[in-house]
Unconditional design. Structure first.
Length: 256
């Protein structure tokens, strides 16, 4: 439990630094690297043990125990009984661990449900284009690694090309790996809101990274209009999925 608390504190410090100093900067790739690197450091720092000065203590020998009993006039049986730690059926640390493990179990079930739904979607028939599997959907356009869930309703050829290029960039930059990592951390640190903040910030950075590349390939105004038209207010009930037009859109449109 000490490790979990120490790692949580380190995450909070690193994220606070990001929020204060880096979040407004437009170096999206560097910000992403900082968030991922600081997460790694947060998990490693509590494992580092600094050498501490040790005082030499004479070993406890039968002669010393006997001398102590004689000097204090305490019978040897009472002296031994006083040195034994009191036994308790269930202490507060055990209660905390039980609560923690119940929380982990609940988060594992949530993640398993989401991944199961994603696996079901991935098994649907689709077609391959350029190493990407395009799966028709009636929901929002989204991607997971090389799987692209494409809703072509109301899209012309140029808009379809923009959506595919957008999701292909997510796949090329391995954004789904970041999101899976954060889902795992949210399981282990379910009691800590900071991993959720990390996840939200990384998801936003993913979109800014892709938007920046899209603005260099396509007309920025037409792309912004497409984002507005296809925006969706809620995520799919699926973890680690990149949505084409994720809210909030304001920062993304300003960046374009």
């Amino acid at each position: 439990m000490n490790y979990l608390l120490s790692a949580s504190l380190a995450m909070a410090v690193f994220y606070a630094l990001y929020a204060v100093a880096f979040r407004r900067l437009r170096f999206h790739g560097l910000n992403r690297a900082y968030l991922l690197g600081s997460l790694g450091l947060s998990l490693v720092i509590p494992l580092v043990e600094l050498p501490a000065p040790t005082a030499s203590v004479a070993p406890l020998t039968p002669e010393r125990v006997f001398a102590a009993t004689v000097s204090t006039n305490v019978p040897l049986t009472e002296f031994a009984a006083q040195t034994e730690a009191p036994k308790r059926i269930l202490d507060w640390q055990q209660i905390i661990w039980v609560v923690y493990l119940l929380g982990v179990a609940a988060m594992v079930l949530r993640l398993a449900f989401g991944l199961g739904r994603l696996a079901k979607l991935a098994r649907q028939p689709g077609r391959w284009e350029g190493g990407l599997k395009l799966i028709p959907t009636n929901g929002p356009n989204a991607s997971f690694f090389n799987l692209i869930f494409l809703n072509e309703t109301g899209l012309n050829a140029a808009e379809r090309a923009q959506v595919l290029a957008h999701e292909a960039e997510h796949a090329r930059l391995h954004h789904s790996a970041d999101r899976l990592l954060l889902e795992g951390l949210r399981v282990a640190f379910w009691f800590n809101p900071v991993p959720w903040l990390y996840q939200r910030s990384l998801a936003h950075l993913h979109e800014l990274q892709v938007d920046e590349r899209m603005a260099r390939r396509f007309d920025a105004r037409a792309y912004a209009d497409l984002l507005l038209r296809l925006h969706c207010g809620a995520d799919l009930v699926v973890p680690a999925v990149n949505l084409f037009s994720r809210q909030p859109l304001k920062d993304r449109l300003v960046a374009l």
